[in-house]
Design a protein around this ligand. Structure first.
Ligand code: ADE
Length: 237
């Protein structure tokens, strides 16, 4: 079985796939955290690997950036490769003082004015929800590991660069109640719900619109490790 965007065979992916945006991060996770990682996809350099974590099969594959990209890859994993759970592991910009750079965040919902859901399935909702079951597993693992994981309402934006005439981040925050911004969760949650599968999204805050702080590469790596431990331990729970 192959799709236009994935060269893996049926059975190459584990039931649970961790999805960073960046293909090189996927490679790093596989090589650093998985036992016996095997490259299962490299179409368009969207590197995908399957290995084991503490003896249990886990996969990791990049999503690329934005909803069209994660929309394609998550759909194919769920629909054609028998994947049951996708946990996005990404970064986000904070709209609120409660969420500081380095914080680990679990998406409790994703708001978007993207047309992704409408175009995909006719869904008109502007908020999509992750799996309650996965979120419960992740929160209880965070407790167990002593990781302060904050639940937050996520804004899934179609644009990274915006001009003032479309409204500032404060307007978006006030109008939507969102607390941080990334670019993928809404589409991932939509696909999971449409296909009766499960999705969750863990984020580290990499930049703050409130304080203008931006994480250095080294800090990113450290907080990323905390998120990775949480994602991997949750994946095998
Ligand atoms: N991911 C991390 N920071 C972001 C930002 N400021 N906007 C959109 N996506 C992001």
């Amino acid at each position: 079985m192959m799709t236009p965007h994935n060269g893996a065979q049926m059975g190459d992916f584990a039931k649970t796939v961790l999805m960073p945006g960046d293909p090189l991060r996927s490679k790093f996770i596989a090589e650093e955290f998985l036992e016996n990682p095997r490259l299962v996809n490299e179409v368009r350099n969207i590197l995908g690997y399957t290995g084991t974590y503490k003896g249990i099969p886990v996969s990791v594959m990049a999503s690329g950036m934005g909803m069209p990209s994660i929309g394609i890859y998550s759909y194919e994993l769920y629909q054609y490769y028998g994947v049951e759970n996708i946990v996005r592991i990404g970064s986000a910009g904070s709209y609120v003082e409660r969420l500081n750079v380095r914080d680990v965040v679990l998406a409790e919902s994703a708001y978007s004015d993207s047309t992704f859901a409408l175009k995909t399935s006719g869904a008109t909702e502007k908020t999509m929800y992750p799996s309650e079951e996965l979120n419960a597993i992740i929160m209880s693992k965070a407790d167990e590991l002593g990781i302060n994981c904050k639940k937050a309402v996520v804004h899934s934006s179609d644009a990274f660069y915006t001009t003032p005439n479309v409204g500032g981040w404060q307007d978006i925050r006030e109008q939507t109640g969102t607390e941080c911004v990334e670019m993928e969760s809404f589409a991932l949650f939509h696909n999971a719900n449409m296909l009766n599968k499960r999705a969750a999204c863990i984020l580290t805050i990499s930049d703050s619109f409130c304080t203008n702080e931006v994480l250095s590469a080294e800090d990113r790596q450290n907080s990323f490790r905390e998120m990775m431990r949480l994602a991997l331990e949750s994946a095998i729970a």
